[in-house]
Design a protein around this ligand. Structure first.
Ligand SMILES: NC(=O)C1=CN([C@@H]2O[C@H](COP(=O)(O)OP(=O)(O)OC[C@H]3O[C@@H](n4cnc5c(N)ncnc54)[C@H](OP(=O)(O)O)[C@@H]3O)[C@@H](O)[C@H]2O)C=CC1
Ligand SMILES: CC(=O)[C@@H](O)[C@H](O)COP(=O)(O)O
Ligand SMILES: [Mn+2]
Length: 388
């Protein structure tokens, strides 16, 4: 008896996670294969059209409404439907695919991912901002929809792999590994004048522009601390960070008996993506195998919250709770865009995020998603007002 092929939509298929996901799909055994339902991108419509044709997608969506006609022209003569804008993204998220890879960058991914979660799709979650901004409300939406939440962010995927469900009561801590980024050994004086080009040059991972710069400021790890808290139901004190410059250990779980379980692999996102696509089984993946003799050593250092204040801000956001995660992330996104545009120095990103968090410390906790979006918007307004 043959079982029906599973189906998947990829929100953000033209990005780093999106293209890696399509690559993994092409390498899956026939029995593990997926039909591709919807693919979405934003500015890169040539790649989106190419992907949609190659993977026989039913729907291709650009988030950029001004690109609708151009995308439609690129796909004319095919049976692939075309849509654009926020409505198009929601159409893609709502199309009947069993799994949705959430790989849009930033808070822009929250609305569409939520729509997919509410209709009960399994969510392969790369977009950490969903959990940073909406936290437990996002988890509740997934639970109410009835789909699975499969972490794709490499650290959280690692924890998911080694977290023994029947030992949940005995989890003492999770230890997120951090590469330290390109400025791991820099003084604050050295960091003051860094450029986008040096900040985007991650030592180990090939990723999109924004997450690469977030790794350099360690805002990426800050977001991941908040992501881990919500994903695994932890207290702020249970979330630790350790600098591990080689990015071979992707994270660890420490148990009440002192044992620490870790997941290791080469720094290649196809590990985490492939794990989510195969889940709950494991399957073959086209990734490099670790050669421990060549590796010879793994290093660790304590994180420095003075040089990388983003980590301190994450702890503040976790301890305060409420909408402080949404505020931190919204303000950070505005500051990051300004840094990328050459309008803000590197160290000012954390200064702006902290100032906005202090201004909005009294915002009440979110009871609905509208409260989350409102907090995000307010944080953006406040951050914009602080730009030079
Ligand atoms: N890259 C990685 O290895 C990892 C990424 N993540 C997380 O995964 C997410 C995606 O990251 P990454 O793949 O690096 O990002 P990229 O910048 O490479 O890709 C982002 C994707 O989102 C699309 N996009 C951009 N802006 C919008 C918008 N406003 N509305 C809708 N779609 C938009 C882009 O379209 P287009 O390119 O066509 O403009 C692209 O498809 C992020 O949340 C990141 O933090 C987590 C762990 C690892
Ligand atoms: C691949 C991945 O999950 C990234 O989030 C990565 O962890 C970034 O590296 P840093 O540890 O430098 O933030
Ligand atoms: Mn990560």
């Amino acid at each position: 008896m043959t079982s029906a092929r599973r189906s998947i939509s990829i929100l953000g298929s033209t990005g780093s996670i999106g293209t890696n996901t399509l690559d993994v799909l092409t390498h899956l055994d026939e029995a593990d294969g997926f039909e591709v339902v919807a693919l979405t991108g934003a500015g890169n419509i040539e790649l989106l059209a190419e992907q949609a044709k190659a993977h026989r997608a039913k729907l291709a969506v650009t988030a950029d409404e001004s690109q609708y006609v151009a995308l439609r022209d690129l796909l004319s003569g095919t049976s692939i439907e075309v849509a654009a804008g926020q409505t198009g993204l929601l159409e893609a998220a709502s199309a009947e695919a069993q799994m949705v890879m959430a790989a849009i960058v930033g808070t822009a991914g929250l609305g569409p991912t939520l729509a997919a979660a509410k209709r009960g799709a399994d969510i392969a979650l790369a977009n950490k901002e969903c959990l940073v901004s909406a936290g437990d409300l996002f988890i509740s939406a997934v639970k109410a929809g009835g789909g699975r939440l499969l972490p794709v962010d490499s650290e959280h995927n690692a924890i998911f792999q080694v977290l023994e469900e029947n030992q949940r009561h005995a989890i003492e801590r999770v230890i997120l590994t951090a590469s330290g980024g390109p400025f791991r050994t820099f003084t604050r004086e050295q960091m003051a004048g860094v450029t986008v080009e040096t900040a985007r040059a991650h030592p180990n991972w090939s990723m999109g522009l924004k997450i690469s710069i977030d790794s350099a400021s360690m805002f990426n790890k800050a977001l991941e601390m908040i992501e881990a808290k919500h994903l695994f139901g932890l207290s702020p004190e249970q979330v630790e960070v350790i600098i591990h410059p080689q990015s071979i250990i992707h994270s660890m779980v420490g148990y009440a008996d002192g044992s620490v379980l870790a997941q290791l692999g080469c720094p290649d996102m196809r590990h985490a993506i492939g794990y989510a696509l195969h889940y709950p089984r494991r399957g073959k993946l086209p990734v490099e195998r670790l050669d421990f003799a060549k590796l010879s050593r793994l290093d660790f250092e304590a994180p420095d919250e003075t040089r990388f204040p983003a980590l301190r801000l994450a702890r503040l956001a976790m301890t305060r709770g409420g909408v402080q995660g949404a505020v931190l992330n919204g303000a950070k996104e505005v500051a990051l865009e300004a840094f990328i545009a050459g309008e803000l120095p590197f160290l000012a990103m954390a200064e702006i995020a902290e100032a906005v968090m202090e201004e909005l410390v009294q915002l009440p906790p979110a009871t609905t998603m509208d409260d989350v979006f409102a907090a995000d918007l307010e944080a953006r307004h406040r951050a914009k007002a602080k730009l030079p």
